[in-house]
Design a protein around this ligand. Structure first.
Ligand SMILES: NC(=O)c1ccc[n+]([C@@H]2O[C@H](COP(=O)([O-])OP(=O)(O)OC[C@H]3O[C@@H](n4cnc5c(N)ncnc54)[C@H](O)[C@@H]3O)[C@@H](O)[C@H]2O)c1
Ligand SMILES: [Zn+2]
Ligand SMILES: [Zn+2]
Length: 396
């Protein structure tokens, strides 16, 4: 089959690889009808996350049709339409039973590695390094789904398009969880750093959850205008001081809730701390560029919440922890517990409360994937979200 394969830093190719097969009785195979490129894939593209191996199949946002099931699979049938969450979950361990799916205790088959690097290993993830199990991803014609009885979201086979449903597997629940973690009150200002796909869902989720106002920050005009269309007030960090504007818009109080939808690859051309982060990352003296976290700790209203869906990989430098501690800030973060939110979010899609397809700017065949990684990385051609079609129906 065709698949997007990692060959090294900034080197992803559309190769022919063996079709996946049922390896365990609990596996299913799906034929992928749509998949997408996520901001988290860019961290792998740039080789900022440890544990990628040459030959790894990329991708963790994917949906399709079940074409094969292992003998122990009870809840899926051939022909069913499913979105597959990026987190591989058993549904039975203590963490899964508590709804903390992204830290499932059974699905990471490289537990030792995870235990060594993070203290405790976390759930297996599709297409996301040896650290999270080294499972093949779904930017491919077919995907093997381990622990298939739990690792799926059944979606109706009706007139809802793939583009309306696909994001249930990652960025929609990620934006939603980011907002839920803020414990939003009707008097709250929620500031969202970034206007990428995750942020777009965080903005709309914060408003659905009743925030008084949402302020979104980025420097890319197309993304800022999509944020405004979603109901946010925007700040272009190239043109205005983020801290001054946030103070102004909150009458000097600071936003009660701050969401970091940027993560480890923040830019801020004119800021000294950000230049230092970049230099250190280039010579391998630092792993992450936490400019956004610093800004959030500084500007957040005392007793506020910092919610961090943005991905970080290692050790963060020059974090004003004293400010965070003395201001009594709560910090909540994590990879998303996807299946915890999807029944509610699917209902919101079905009742037309939200149509997630608004975020798609590019819809192309899988073969154009390698080029699309660059387009998405460079944010060129107005690119906000790329959907890839491995089995036909691509349209631009
Ligand atoms: N927690 C999870 O489960 C989960 C799931 C999906 C994605 N993510 C993470 O969420 C983050 C965003 O993902 P995405 O797909 O939207 O990525 P993206 O790269 O498309 O978006 C990031 C945006 O941040 C903006 N940005 C950069 N520096 C900034 C700054 N200093 N201030 C404000 N904005 C700035 C960029 O211009 C860009 O628009 C990534 O770190 C990704 O890994 C986490
Ligand atoms: Zn993702
Ligand atoms: Zn589990």
């Amino acid at each position: 089959m065709k698949a997007l394969v990692w060959h090294g830093k900034e080197d992803i190719r559309c190769d022919t690889v063996p079709d996946p097969t049922i390896e365990d009785a609990t596996d299913a195979i799906i034929k992928v009808t749509s998949c997408a490129i996520c901001g988290s894939d860019l961290h792998l593209f740039h080789n900022f996350m440890p544990g990628m191996r040459k030959g790894d199949v990329m991708g963790h946002e994917h949906m399709g049709v079940v074409v094969e099931v292992g003998s122990a699979v009870k809840k899926l049938r051939i022909g069913e339409r499913v979105v597959i969450p990026f987190t591989i979950i058993c549904g039975e361990c203590e963490q899964c039973r508590r709804g903390f799916y992204s830290v499932c205790e059974r699905t990471n088959r490289n537990r030792k590695l995870g235990d060594t690097v993070f203290g405790h290993s976390t759930a297996g993830l599709f297409g996301y390094t040896a650290l999270t199990g080294g499972y093949a991803g779904g930017q491919a014609e077919y995907l093997r789904v381990p622990f298939a009885d739990a690792t799926h979201i059944k979606v109706p086979d009706n007139d809802l398009t793939d583009e309306q449903l696909l994001f249930l597997g990652d960025i929609f629940p990620t934006g939603w969880q980011a907002a839920v973690q803020c414990d939003i009150q009707p008097t709250d200002t929620v500031a969202v750093w970034g206007c990428g796909p995750v942020a777009q869902f965080a903005i709309r989720s914060a408003l659905l959850l009743g925030a008084k106002q949402v302020i979104a920050i980025d420097n890319l005009p197309d993304r800022l205008s999509m944020a405004r269309a979603g109901g946010a007030i925007t700040i272009n960090f190239d043109e205005e001081s983020v801290l001054d504007r946030l103070q102004e818009l909150t009458q000097g109080k600071g936003p009660e809730k701050c969401i970091d939808a940027v993560g480890m690859e923040a830019h801020a051309a004119r800021s000294l701390d950000s230049m230092l982060d970049k230099a250190k990352q280039m010579v391998m003296l630092g792993t992450d560029r936490p400019h956004v976290l610093r800004e959030m700790m500084y500007v957040c209203r005392p007793a506020g919440v910092l919610s961090v869906p943005g991905v970080y990989g290692g050790f963060l430098d020059k974090i004003p922890f004293g400010a965070a501690m003395n201001k009594g800030l709560t910090i909540r973060m994590g990879q998303t517990h996807v299946n915890r939110w999807t029944p509610d979010l699917l209902r919101r899609i079905e009742t037309r409360q939200i149509d997630p397809s608004f975020v798609v700017t590019h819809n192309v065949p899988l073969e154009q994937g390698p080029q699309m990684y660059k387009t998405f990385r460079d944010k060129s051609d107005g690119c906000i979200k790329v959907v890839l079609k491995p089995n036909g129906n691509g349209r631009h």
